[in-house]
Design a protein around this ligand. Structure first.
Ligand code: ADP
Length: 205
């Protein structure tokens, strides 16, 4: 590969609406959304790699770094070949990867990170309320327990910080995730539109 993919990383605390924002971003011309959660879940469960994934995910474990990055690389290159991702026009929005400092270094030769979006509630209490409501709605009462929610938030923070530490602080944009999806998207685009305009000056009509 000659050029590195021009990329923004999307992070979100549990309940911050990362999935929704990722999908919305992916529908905007000039953005290509790639979620490793979707990538893994779409694997054929009867295939070798699908079985390997299930072996880890059913135990609540992450897939090993080399395997994850290799699978990501093959997928994104295939999307490129098929014309679904056009790196000369599209900014890549990575969701769920890199998820460790090691993944970050493995991906270094493939991506140039132009910005990092971190979705978080400015008021953590509101996040707790949102997660509790979601657990109720989805009929998963355990997920609504304060101790379970706190634990998930801690795991998220412990996992995310080492990745953020790999990049210059100026790249990291913390965005308040409380508000309607449209309002949060507005905040995200306030950051990303200027980055897109300066990084793809010729691609935009
Ligand atoms: P969760 O937030 O529940 O981990 P995701 O949708 O991000 O959900 O990922 C689902 C599963 O896919 C994870 O539990 C993990 O096994 C695997 N996975 C996703 N992204 C990565 C990654 N970057 N590295 C390793 N495993 C990953």
């Amino acid at each position: 590969m000659t050029d590195k993919y021009r990329t923004v990383l999307l992070f979100g605390a549990p309940g911050a609406g990362k999935g929704t924002q990722g999908k919305m971003l992916g529908s905007i011309p000039g953005f290509h959304h790639f979620s490793t959660g979707d990538m893994f879940r779409n694997l054929d469960p009867h295939s070798q790699i699908g079985q390997t994934f299930l072996g880890y995910s059913t135990k609540g474990e992450l897939v090993p770094d080399e395997l994850t990055v290799e699978l990501w690389r093959k997928n994104i290159e295939a999307q490129h070949t098929l014309g679904l991702f056009r790196p000369h026009h599209d900014m890549l929005v990575l969701d769920g990867i890199p998820r460790s400092a090691h993944q970050t270094s493995l991906m270094d030769e493939h991506i140039r990170v132009l910005g990092i979006i971190v979705l978080e509630a400015a008021d953590p209490q509101q996040m707790l309320t949102r997660l509790r409501r979601r657990a109720q709605r989805e009929g998963r009462p355990d997920d609504g327990k304060e101790s379970v929610i706190r634990r998930r938030l801690e795991v998220y923070a412990a996992e995310t910080q080492p990745v953020l530490d790999c990049y210059p602080k100026e790249l990291v944009h913390r965005i308040d995730a409380i508000g309607s999806p449209a309002r949060v998207l507005e905040r995200v685009l306030d950051i990303l539109a200027p980055i897109q305009e300066s990084s793809f000056p010729n691609a935009l009509a």
